[in-house]
Design a protein around this ligand. Structure first.
Ligand code: ATP
Ligand code: MG
Length: 252
C-alpha cells in the first residue's frame, strides 16, 4: 500500500483500483502505457457515475449468451486485466469453461513470465499464449500482438478482449471472429468495432458476467440465441452516450 486511503474518502474506490494497477506495474505486469490507458478509462468511469448502468447490464447478458453459445471461446487478458481482477477472471473462465490466453501489446519474455506466475498464484491452471504453449502468427495483426495461441485465439470463434486497442479489435473482427469487449470509452475504436461492448469498469463487469453465466447455465440454445439476436451494439453505445450527456446536463 503506497498511501492510506480511508473508505470515507470520496475517491476511495477509484484510488484502490489505481493502487492495484500501480502494484501490477511494480511487479512488471503492466506496461507504462497501461497506466496511461487506465487514466483514460477512469475519466469515462467518472462520467458514467462509477456504477454498472443498464446499458452495461444489457451488453453483459448478450456477452454471456454469446460465450455460452461459442464453440471455441477464449478470454484474452493483458497486464491491466491481470492486475485489476485476476481472481475474478479465473472465476469467469471456470464458470464459462473458457480458457484464458495472455496476449500483450508490449510483449517481453519477462512480462510474459511474470503474468504466467501471477495468474497461477491466483488459481489459473492453464494459460494459453505463453510458456510452453504453441503459438502462431496472425497475418492481419501488426507487431507482437499477432502472436496467438494455436489452441486459443487462432481457432476461436468468440474472443473476449477487454481493454483492447482498436487496431487489434479491427484485425480480430476482420479475421471473422466475434469480439466481446469491456471498454469504458463508448467512442473508442474497440467499442465501436466489437460485436458486443460492455461500457463498464472491468473490476465490476467480470464478476457480473460470472454471476450472469451461472444464472444462464440452464437456458436453451434458442433462448441464448434470442438474447444475442436482440442485442444491438450501436444502439447500446448510443444509450451510454445519452446517459453521459444527460448526467452532464443535470450537473451543469
Ligand atoms: P482504441 O484504440 O480502441 O481507439 P484508445 O487508443 O483510446 O482506444 P487504448 O489504450 O488503445 O485506448 O485502449 C484501452 C481502452 O481501455 C480505453 O478505451 C480505456 O478507456 C479503456 N479502459 C482503461 N481502463 C479500463 C477499465 N478499468 N475498465 C474498462 N475499460 C478501461
Ligand atoms: Mg488504441
Amino acid at each position: 500500500m503506497l498511501i492510506e486511503v480511508p473508505d470515507s474518502h470520496p475517491r476511495a474506490q477509484s484510488l484502490h483500483i489505481r493502487e492495484k494497477l500501480i502494484n501490477g506495474f511494480d511487479k512488471g505486469l503492466v506496461a507504462k502505457a497501461g497506466l496511461i490507458a487506465h487514466g483514460r478509462g477512469e475519466c469515462f468511469d467518472y462520467l458514467i457515475g462509477e456504477k454498472t448502468q443498464s446499458f452495461a447490464e444489457w451488453a453483459t447478458e448478450a456477452a454471456c449468451a454469446m460465450l455460452l453459445l461459442a464453440k471455441h471461446p477464449v478470454l484474452s487478458l493483458n497486464g491491466n486485466v491481470a492486475s485489476l481482477c485476476p481472481d475474478e477472471i479465473v472465476e469467469l473462465g471456470k464458470a464459462s469453461s473458457t480458457p484464458l490466453e495472455i496476449n500483450l501489446f508490449y510483449r517481453t519474455k519477462e512480462r510474459e513470465n511474470e503474468l504466467l506466475k501471477h495468474m497461477k498464484e491466483h488459481g489459473a491452471h492453464e494459460i494459453l499464449g505463453v510458456g510452453d504453449d504453441e503459438t502462431i502468427q496472425i497475418e492481419e495483426l501488426q507487431s507482437k500482438r499477432r502472436i496467438v495461441s494455436k489452441k486459443g485465439i487462432f481457432i476461436a470463434d468468440v474472443v473476449f478482449v477487454p481493454l483492447e486497442d482498436g487496431d487489434r479489435t479491427e484485425a480480430l473482427v476482420a479475421s471473422g471472429k466475434k469480439v466481446i469487449t469491456v471498454d469504458l470509452n463508448p467512442l473508442s475504436r474497440t467499442a465501436q468495432k466489437a460485436q458486443i461492448t460492455i461500457v463498464d469498469n472491468i473490476v465490476r463487469s467480470v464478476p457480473l458476467m460470472t454471476e450472469k453465466i451461472k444464472g444462464m447455465k440452464n437456458y436453451s440454445v434458442e433462448q441464448l440465441q434470442e438474447i444475442c439476436d436482440n442485442f444491438d451494439n450501436q444502439q447500446n453505445l448510443k444509450s451510454a452516450l445519452q446517459f453521459i450527456l444527460q448526467r452532464l446536463r443535470e450537473l451543469s
